[in-house]
Design a protein around this ligand. Sequence first.
Ligand SMILES: CC(C)(COP(=O)(O)OP(=O)(O)OC[C@H]1O[C@@H](n2cnc3c(N)ncnc32)[C@H](O)[C@@H]1OP(=O)(O)O)[C@@H](O)C(=O)NCCC(=O)NCCS
Length: 180
Amino acid sequence: MHYERLNVANWSRWRPQMLRLETQTYEPSRQDTSDTLEKIVCNEKGVNLVAIDDQQLAGFCLGAPLEAFAHVRGPAEDPFRGNATVLYAADTLVDDHYRRQGIGRELKTRQIDAARSEGFQQISGRNRAGLADAMWQLNSSLGARAIHIIEKDYQDGIEPDLCIYYRIALTVPLKRQNNS
Ligand SMILES: CC(C)(COP(=O)(O)OP(=O)(O)OC[C@H]1O[C@@H](n2cnc3c(N)ncnc32)[C@H](O)[C@@H]1OP(=O)(O)O)[C@@H](O)C(=O)NCCC(=O)NCCS
C-alpha cells in the first residue's frame, strides 16, 4: 500500500474514486458533495491523505482547520474555533474490500503525526453512534475523548440519531502499532 498527501495538485486524479466511495459507503445524510470535499482537500492548511493500491484508491482521510467548519454542529459550538490550533477530521473511509488490514489506522496515524508537526495542538471530529462505531473504536485507541453528544443532527430517520464530538490532544507523540 502506498500513502501520499492529497491536495490541490492531485485532487482531480482521485476525485472520481473518492466520490464513488462516498456514495458506496455512507447513507445520504453523511455523504459529502464534490464541492465540500474540494474545499477540504484544497485548503492550504489541510492534512489529507490517500491510500493507494496500484491505481486503486483503497481509502482516504481528510482534515482541515476547524475554522472552515463553522456551519457544522460540533465545530460550530467549539470554544477553540478561531484559535487556529485545531484540525477538524472531516472524513475517513476505507473501501470495503480493504478493511481490517490496518489501512484506517495507518491513515489516521499519519494524519495525527502530520497535524502535530504542522503546528496543530488538537484534532476534533464527529463520529455517528452506531454506524461509525468502527471509527469511534479506532479514534478512541488513538486517544480520542468524547466532548459532547450531538442529538438529532442527521434527521434521516435512522436511529440512533446521535453523534459524538471528540478531541485528540496532540501534545503526546503516538505509540505506533506495527500493522505490516
Ligand atoms: C472506520 C474505518 C475507516 C476503519 O478502516 P480499517 O482500515 O478497516 O481499519 P483498521 O484495519 O486500520 O482497524 C483499525 C481499528 O478500527 C477499529 N475497527 C475496524 N473495523 C472494525 C469493526 N468492524 N468493528 C469494530 N472496530 C473496528 C478497531 O479498533 C481497529 O483496531 P484493531 O485492529 O486493533 O482492532 C472503516 O471501517 C470505514 O471506512 N468505515 C466506514 C466509513 C466511516 O464510517 N467512517 C467514519 C466517518 S465518521
